[in-house]
Design a protein around this ligand. Structure first.
Ligand SMILES: *Cc1c(COP(=O)(O)O)cnc(C)c1O
Length: 369
């Protein structure tokens, strides 16, 4: 008799807890083990750990169910992104929104430098995006990230992805900021979803990890095989301990994201009335926002330095709230204002977050003007 639950019938928060568990035989572990073996006895499903690993499988089953497809874990978000970009043949065209993750920007620049074409369209220009897609063929690629980071612009994914699907153009969505709790791009027609699992999915700023997800269709599985081949042959693989930690983090994703999202909505409202803030960029959901402070780059840096509870650091999606002036990175596009601070809102008490942000803004901006 089977003791397995039918996970397809579960709500998302239950599925996150129940999926990817070992078979319930008498005395079985509740958690999958950290499988520390590079090789496996012959004639099993996997014979060598660069190709697969039972700890990976538990994570992949869980993330795949969440996104509604077949997931594959990578050693980092960039590992998954590089694999997805390898779907684009040299010399072909990629259409991308005007803002993508800065590591992705570097790879787009490399594609252009090697003779390929990169067409940029403002994230909010849906008509422009549709025209750019109409000019593509099936060998080209569409690359989207929504909301954009750090300007928090929202791309009309249902419309844009439907057009790409209609034209047979392969589309990739970096779903790191939204998470599958807010957006499931495969259900909108996307071919590949990529994640920096480092961020919300693992959620505790203690691992670097990535993933891709494809639809469980003939087309999706064929793309998945190409991604798998890239992962195996480029060695873009994670260690089992990282994957174990990511799965542990994934168990609480809905709780963490619910609290962080509620905190972000509350802070966005309060920040709109703050004298030190000239603009709040908040897409209306999720746990990221950005603010333009009333001052120059140095003033914005002083605000970061004055924060005590908020952690002045790069990255996002952890339980702890983080803030950063993005233009401190020379690679950040000039379209990002020098006085913009990106806020990754965590799960702390919102009044403590507000008190620290308010004092940091007042301390940092008081010496200007
Ligand atoms: C962090 C991030 C990446 C890169 O992921 P790593 O895990 O750092 O390699 C890609 N896309 C987005 C949106 C990110 O925030």
């Amino acid at each position: 008799m089977s003791h397995e639950v039918d996970s397809s019938a579960l709500h998302t928060d239950t599925f996150l807890v129940a999926a990817g568990r070992p078979e319930r035989t008498a005395g079985a572990s509740v958690n999958v083990g950290v499988e520390l073996s590079s090789t496996f006895a012959a004639d099993g499903p996997v014979n060598y750990a660069r190709v697969g690993n039972p700890t990976w499988t538990a994570f992949e089953t869980t993330l795949g169910g969440l996104e509604g497809g077949l997931a594959m874990v990578f050693g980092s978000g960039m590992g998954a992104i590089a694999a997805a970009l390898s779907l684009l043949a040299p010399g072909r065209t990629i259409v991308a929104a005007d803002q993508t993750y800065n590591g992705t920007e570097d790879l787009l620049a490399a594609h252009a430098a090697s003779g390929g074409a990169v067409v940029r369209v403002p994230a909010v220009d849906t008509d422009g995006m549709l025209r750019a897609i109409d000019a593509l063929t099936a060998d080209d690629l569409l690359w989207l990230e929504s909301p954009t980071n750090p300007l928090m612009d929202v791309i009309d994914l249902p419309v844009v992805l439907a057009r790409a699907r209609e034209r047979g153009v392969t589309s990739v969505v970096d779903n790191t900021l939204s998470t599958p709790l807010l957006c499931r791009p495969l259900s909108l027609g996307a071919d590949v979803v990529v994640h920096s699992v480092t961020k919300y999915l693992s959620g505790h700023s203690d691992v670097v990890l990535g993933a891709s997800v494809v639809a469980d269709t003939e087309r999706g599985r064929a793309l998945g095989e190409r991604l798998r081949r890239h992962r195996t042959l480029h060695g873009a693989i994670p260690g089992p301990m990282e994957v174990y930690l990511a799965l542990r983090g994934l168990r609480t994703l809905s709780l963490r994201f619910e609290r962080a999202g509620a905190n972000a909505a509350e802070l966005a409202g309060r920040l709109r009335g703050h004298p030190g803030v000239t603009r709040v960029r908040y897409p209306g959901q999720g746990a990221m926002l950005a603010i333009d402070v009333d001052g120059d780059a140095e003033a914005a840096e002083r605000v970061c330095a004055a924060a005590r509870l908020w952690f002045h650091s790069t990255s996002l999606g952890g339980v702890e709230s983080q803030l950063e002036r993005r233009r401190r990175h020379p690679s950040e596009p000039a379209g990002v204002p020098p006085n913009l601070l990106r806020l990754s809102v965590g799960i702390e008490n919102v009044d403590d977050l507000w008190a620290d942000l308010d004092q940091a803004l007042r301390t940092g901006l008081s010496t200007t003007s």
